[in-house]
Design a protein around this ligand. Structure first.
Ligand code: FAD
Length: 445
């Protein structure tokens, strides 16, 4: 029986056969009976990366923690375990994720397949760089253990490879030591784009940094932003929290968006009003505080189903990265085009990436900006225009946020694509692992 599935952006919805596995025998059976399949973690990619109109296989029941070396901070788990579950186990023991995206409701398999980045990419790289080894059920029907040293080609093509080499089964990765579950956060206001870029340079040493940027402000305040940097708080920096609670978080209220907002709620005026209030809530230029890690890393997770805010037609997140030398000019160009169109985004997040040797992973040195756009008439034509600008400045788009990129844009942005495809063809020779996205982007390649 077919069911309708969509990922976080609610676009595109697709009718498909949905199934799951809790053990490798079940996965093998599905693999042998389906003529095409793709693994889905928690569906937190925004577009069609984990969708197929044939067979979508959920990993969420393949969710055991296999081993936790509390001395050395090494965790081995099945790919369907969520980062939220990992945090519940590791934080009380004084360990933290080496890299985390802006939501903890993703699976470890999804973290590897998208090779996710966090606010610390400029100093600690992407998730895959902390993986010691993993087992992959490849498109040849074999389970292959790979690492940077063993089947290194499979390892490289699976990190950021969007599930196209096969199903990631078990992942062993390194954690980082923490003394408390709190972050010392600094927020600094920047009056414009030049100032925020200068701030990122100034705070390059900070472990975590990111900025919210007002994408609709023009004139002197063009590119005004708030930068947030953070460090894990040491035990002696936690005044007021009893020592036996240093590795625990205070309980928090959960809010939910109960239904899809009507389309008129989000418009140019409401985004401008939100941006004004958000920028001015910081009444001082520099504000320091110590906050629970949850609020620092996952502010949006506190509001369940916030994606409904964008209405029934859904939305796309547009995330690109530009090389350092072109970043300021490219960001100016793109923000000006968005301002002229009046299609601002509540969420406009700027981050700095450090150097990364990638086969197919998204990060490369430079600035990355992520923006949400509700799906509406003319949007895809406008994003095609932005794609050309991104390519002109030597950048590329993030696959896990994509639902509409054209194959030529993908090809131009990922110079090692052919090498990646050769490895995919070795391990997935009949193309059995395929998604709507891979069929859209790889047609004819
Ligand atoms: C609010 C929010 C904030 C985010 N912030 C960031 C961020 O800061 N940085 C960032 O990098 N990303 C970010 N993301 C994107 C998210 O981290 C990735 O899309 C992640 O891959 C989603 O994981 P998932 O488990 O939900 O997998 P899905 O969304 O279901 O799948 C994502 C991809 O992984 C593949 N996949 C999943 N599991 C497996 C497996 N076991 N074996 C093989 N392939 C598999 C799928 O086929 C698909 O190609 C954010 C997403 C949201 C909703």
């Amino acid at each position: 029986m077919k069911t309708t599935l969509a990922n976080w952006g609610n676009y595109p919805p697709v009718a498909t056969t949905a199934t799951s596995f809790a053990d490798t025998e079940t996965l093998r059976h599905t693999f042998e009976t389906a003529n095409e399949l793709i693994i889905r973690g928690n569906g937190r990619c925004y577009g069609d990366s984990s969708l197929s109109d044939r067979c979508v296989v959920s990993s969420l029941k393949f969710d055991k923690i296999v081993a936790f070396d509390t001395q050395n901070g090494i965790l081995t788990c099945q790919a369907g375990v969520t980062l939220a579950d990992v945090l519940d186990v590791i934080v009380p023991k004084g360990w933290f994720l080496p890299v985390t995206p802006g939501t903890k409701f993703i699976t470890v398999g999804g973290a590897v397949a998208s090779d996710v980045h966090g606010k610390n990419h400029h100093v600690e790289g992407s998730f895959g760089q902390h993986v010691l080894w993993m087992d992959v059920f490849t498109g040849r029907g074999e389970i292959v253990r790979c690492s940077p040293a063993e089947h290194a080609d499979l390892f490289a093509a699976t990190c950021g490879g969007m599930g196209l080499t096969g199903a990631i089964l078990t992942v062993c990765f390194r954690l980082k030591k923490i003394q408390t579950a709190y972050i010392r956060q600094r927020q600094v206001k920047a009056r414009n784009l030049q100032e925020i870029i200068a701030l990122f340079e100034q705070y390059k040493h900070a472990t975590y940094s990111m900025a919210w940027i007002d994408c609709l402000k023009s004139g002197d305040g063009f590119g005004r932003s708030i930068m947030m940097s953070g460090e894990h708080a040491a035990a002696d920096q936690l005044a007021g929290v009893p020592a036996d609670k240093h590795l625990q978080l205070p309980p928090k209220m959960k809010l939910t968006v109960p239904f899809h907002f009507p389309e008129f709620v989000l418009n140019n005026l409401s985004v401008r009003a939100f941006n004004f209030l958000y920028y001015h809530k910081n009444y001082r230029r520099v504000m320091d505080s110590t906050v629970p890690y949850d609020g620092f890393f996952y502010p949006l997770d506190a509001i369940h189903h916030w994606n409904r805010m964008y209405g029934r037609s859904g939305f796309v997140q547009y995330q690109f990265v530009l090389p350092p030398a072109a970043s300021e000019r490219g960001l100016t160009d793109i923000l000006q085009r968005i301002g002229k169109k009046g299609w601002g985004s509540f969420l406009a997040v700027l981050k700095l990436f450090g150097k990364q040797e990638s086969l197919i992973s998204f990060p490369m040195e430079g600035y990355t900006l992520a923006l949400d756009f509700p799906v509406r008439k003319g949007l895809f034509e406008f994003l095609d225009e932005l794609d050309r600008v991104v390519l002109d400045y030597g950048g590329r788009l993030y696959l896990t946020k994509d639902a509409r990129m054209k194959p030529e844009v993908f090809k131009a942005g990922y110079p090692r694509l052919q090498e990646f495809l050769d490895i995919v063809r070795t391990y997935n020779p009949e193309g059995k692992f395929a998604s709507l996205q891979s069929k859209r982007l790889l047609a004819g390649l």
